[in-house]
Design a protein around this ligand. Structure first.
Ligand code: UP5
Ligand code: MG
Length: 195
């Protein structure tokens, strides 16, 4: 008998909303595979930026806090997902970023089972990113790129959230609260909607 396809959960939200933090918790609690699209692109860019023109351009784009080309991003996700042997679920962190990407994902990969939107105030997003920048310093955690990431997020999110709302696929959660409280809501939502 053929196995059912894994459940696919997309987690979206502003830079610093806690996508990475919460996706790891989801993966652990439910035994799902974790795919961070930002991480996928950063790894690939570090690996290829010096030898490959396309990726050196993408490295610049990402370091400036802009979005990588849609087709490249979808191709990377597709390749990554195809390598996952078998899983009951896949949780995707930080994708899609706009309606175009959402359409293309559905067209080329699948319709998600659930989209979780981590809603956070601008002030909280900045505060968390600044704190993380002091501790780790990702290439795009500089003040200019942080501003670009916040601006892009603000521009694209309302239409994106609306798109998923119209299809009844999205749950919006208050992500201003501490990690445990947010995860409590997430796990209640997943228990309700997926099982
Ligand atoms: N923290 C987390 N939750 C907290 C809480 N509830 N209370 C207090 N502190 C909390 O969290 C950020 C920081 O806050 C951490 O220090 C954490 O401990 C703390 P994190 O879980 O890292 O938040 P996250 O939402 O993952 O923030 P991140 O900075 O990773 O978000 P971005 O959306 O900027 O990053 P991403 O990796 O998704 O994308 C980066 C770039 O990749 C994009 O700008 C773009 O250039 C490119 N990209 C594309 O081009 N296309 C894509 O589809 C995806 C990415
Ligand atoms: Mg992240």
């Amino acid at each position: 008998p053929s196995r059912p396809r894994p459940k696919v959960i997309l987690v979206i939200g502003g830079p610093g909303s806690g996508k990475g933090t919460q996706c790891l918790k989801i993966a652990e609690r439910y035994g799902f595979q974790y795919v961070s699209v930002g991480e996928l692109l950063r790894k690939k860019m570090i690996h290829n930026a010096t030898s490959n023109r396309k990726w050196s351009l993408i490295a610049k784009i990402i370091t400036n806090g802009e979005l990588a080309p849609q087709e490249t991003t979808i191709t990377e996700i597709k390749q990554k997902i195809m390598k996952i042997p078998d899983a009951s679920g896949i949780v995707i962190d930080g994708f899609p970023r706009d309606v175009g990407q959402a359409l293309s994902f559905e067209d080329q990969i699948c319709t998600p089972d659930l989209v979780v939107f981590l809603a956070c105030t601008n002030h909280r997003l900045k505060e968390r990113l600044q704190k993380r920048a002091e501790q780790q310093g990702r290439p795009d955690d500089n003040p200019k790129a942080i501003d670009r990431r916040l601006t892009n997020f603000k521009q694209n999110t309302i239409p994106l959230v609306k798109y998923f709302q119209e299809r009844g696929l999205i749950v919006t959660l208050d992500a201003d609260r501490d990690e445990e409280e947010v995860f409590c809501d997430i796990s209640m939502t997943l228990d309700n909607k997926l099982f």
